[in-house]
Design a protein around this ligand. Structure first.
Ligand code: 13P
Length: 251
């Protein structure tokens, strides 16, 4: 049985005071013991989040990591080993905002994925198609190629210590959620893509859905057989809403 996971990607949001408020709100939530909960603040707020959330068992991850795992001369970057030292256990790799807006290429993502695992962090690999891809019926090709670039370079076994988040680009921040059936179809295809190389790894890997998840639609998504939780953007900035999504995963 795969444990469900609900993770909040805070993106480039938060001030010292709003983060303190959000952390206070998260500490007062009832989290189910059967669900892994995590948040991804900016680098600036990682330490505060680690300190505040340790007692409630919420894990903290980073939104990005350098391509080399250890410290060195790489101005402006943060090493996986530094994230580990700061108390992070996870890191997002390949979010569509980084792929599209910042032009992060597959080779860079693969190096980041590898660096994260070398330092003992669990990468959360984000994949997903654009609206144009979907309309041209290229969803499976695009998502398949995104998975293949990691598997070809590092082997399918790396996914025994990783999480995959399917985030259709057209559903991110738009209020347009994939239907549970649409998401399940892609999740199933992702698992099959991994299973073609290693069935055991495919069965064990957690596949999160991301894209306009909120408390009102979470339970229907999480009920699908290949959806093992969610990666939440906007709704994760509200502690009560995020708590309700986490509870939907536990029910
Ligand atoms: P929204 O939940 O705001 O659509 O964002 C999803 C996302 O990009 C999480 O990484």
């Amino acid at each position: 049985m795969r444990r469900l996971m609900v993770a909040g990607n805070w993106k480039m949001n938060g001030t010292r005071s709003s983060v303190a408020e959000l952390l206070k709100g998260l500490k007062s939530q009832e989290f189910s013991a059967t669900v892994d909960v995590a948040v991804f603040p900016t680098f600036l707020h990682v330490s505060e989040a680690v300190e505040a959330l340790r007692e409630v068992g919420v894990a903290v991850g980073a939104q990005n990591v350098a391509t080399q795992s250890g410290p060195g001369a790489l101005t402006g970057e943060v090493a996986a080993s530094q994230l580990k030292d700061a108390g992070c256990s996870l890191v997002l790799i390949g979010h569509s905002e980084r792929r599209q807006i910042l032009g992060e290429a597959e080779g860079v993502l693969v190096a980041k994925f590898k660096a994260a695992q070398e330092a003992g962090l669990v990468p959360v690999l984000c994949v997903g198609e654009t609206l144009e891809d979907r309309e041209a019926e290229r969803t499976f090709d695009v998502v398949g190629a995104q998975l293949d670039s990691v598997m070809d370079a590092l082997g399918v076994e790396v996914f025994s210590q990783a999480v995959i988040a399917y985030e259709p680009v057209w559903a991110i921040g738009t209020g347009l959620t994939a239907t549970p059936e649409q998401a399940q179809e892609v999740h199933h295809a992702i698992r099959a893509r991994l299973a073609a190389r290693n069935a055991e790894v495919a069965q064990g890997v957690r596949l999160l859905y991301g894209g306009s998840v909120k408390a009102a639609n979470a339970a229907d998504l999480f009920r699908m057989p290949d959806i093992d939780g969610g990666l939440i953007g906007g709704a994760a900035l509200n502690a009560d809403e995020f708590g309700a999504i986490c509870r939907a995963a536990g029910s």
